[in-house]
Design a protein around this ligand. Structure first.
Ligand code: SAH
Length: 353
């Protein structure tokens, strides 16, 4: 395959075949890899512009009913100290953050049945009534009717990483979850009019380049509004405790390829890539990413939301995060967005380039 021609195709239209994707994922010579990352950056500039979106992440409960083999919040982990924020605490924090100029709040938790559909709907309604903010939910798989209720309550977006587009790999990672249900949830969310975020981990045990190509093909075919891509990081209290973590290089290649095939999706420079490398997020911003999600979970809970160890920004106070994140964005020659950062794929809502 001719790399020059292929990179031209990446920049012109991103119409990549599976063979193209596998070939690009396998690049290992430093200068070839950096050409691919630069192609991701060029597509980002042309299709998304220079502004970086800031999303305020609130991790409101670390209780989880699931047994995902990689995640520190998994139900069988008895070493973790569990917490739940009350609805009032969540609403007050979201409204406070909006007052600080943040125009998207992401409410994330484990799959915690304590929060009924009505409780979450009420939280969304109260936030929307008091703050000029987009609300993103990230609370896992739920019945169609819950998603519908929350949309009617005013939720704008939903993050549900597909985790692994390959059915067999999905099964190895999730002993008690169903691949078809995850995919069904993503389709429901789209049907209901949410801006939908998918995403995957890079470098999980058993994952091959072919599996990663499945993820890129999934992004190409599903065209999510958002896609979160981060390295797998081994957690000591999970079945995957003594396995290797994902690498910065492969994660960056995945970010660049996701940019190339989705063109204008919102792609975060994830906390996970910032956790395995000091400048990981900056590098992701220069390989196609255009979103950052600083953690605004109250400090007293933050270190307990340990999906993986050595998470970034575990003890910084919110004011510090605020300015640190802005400086990091500016250091890459980019600007900080001041709008709500809606999907560019939904006509009439996003920037639509
Ligand atoms: N319960 C919610 C939120 C899960 S936590 C849901 O199901 O969507 C958010 C994301 O963290 C997950 O989707 C997963 O991709 C990522 N994650 C979990 N454990 C991880 C680990 N050990 N390393 C890297 N990422 C991890």
């Amino acid at each position: 395959m001719n790399l020059d021609k292929l990179l031209e195709k990446c920049i012109d239209n991103g119409d990549l075949t599976r063979d193209d994707i596998v070939y690009l994922l396998k690049l290992d010579n430093e200068s070839d890899v950096s050409r691919l990352l630069n192609a991701g950056d060029s597509v980002r500039k042309a299709c998304c512009g220079d502004a970086v979106q800031i999303r305020a992440l609130i991790e409101f409960s670390n209780v989880c009913a699931r047994h995902c083999n990689y995640c520190g919040l998994r139900a069988p982990n008895t070493k973790i100290d569990r917490y739940r924020m009350s609805p009032d605490e969540i609403v007050d924090l979201a409204v406070y953050l909006n007052g600080k100029g943040l125009k998207t709040v992401v409410l994330q938790s484990g799959e915690d049945p304590h929060y009924t559909a009505d409780m979450i709907a009420d939280v969304v309604k109260r936030i929307k009534a008091q703050a000029d903010t987009a609300v993103t939910l990230c609370v896992g798989e739920r019945p169609y009717d819950d998603y519908k209720l929350w949309k009617e309550a005013g939720a704008d977006r939903y993050l549900l990483r597909h985790e692994a587009a390959n059915r067999e790999l999905y099964k190895q990672l999730h002993p008690d979850s169903d691949y078809d249900n995850r995919m069904r949830c993503l389709r429901w969310l789209r049907e209901l009019g949410y801006q939908v975020g998918a995403g995957c981990m890079v470098g999980c045990p058993g994952q091959t380049v072919e599996h990663l190509a499945d993820d890129i093909e999934f992004f190409r075919d599903f065209q999510p509004d958002m896609a979160g891509i981060g390295p797998f990081i081994a957690h000591p209290d999970t079945p995957f405790h003594d396995t290797d973590c994902g690498t910065v290089e492969m994660t960056l290649k995945m970010v660049a390829l996701a940019r190339i095939v989705t063109r204008n999706a919102l792609l975060p420079a994830t906390t996970a890539i910032g956790s395995i490398s000091e400048l990981g997020r900056e590098m992701a911003l220069q390989a196609g990413a255009d979103v950052v999600m600083p953690n605004y979970t109250p400090l007293k809970y933050r270190e307990r939301y340990e999906i993986y160890p050595n998470k970034r920004c575990i003890s910084e106070d919110p004011e510090q995060c605020h300015s640190c994140m802005r400086l990091r964005i500016i250091s890459t020659g980019r600007t900080v967005s001041t709008d709500h950062g809606h999907s560019r794929k939904v006509p009439g809502v996003g920037g639509g380039r």
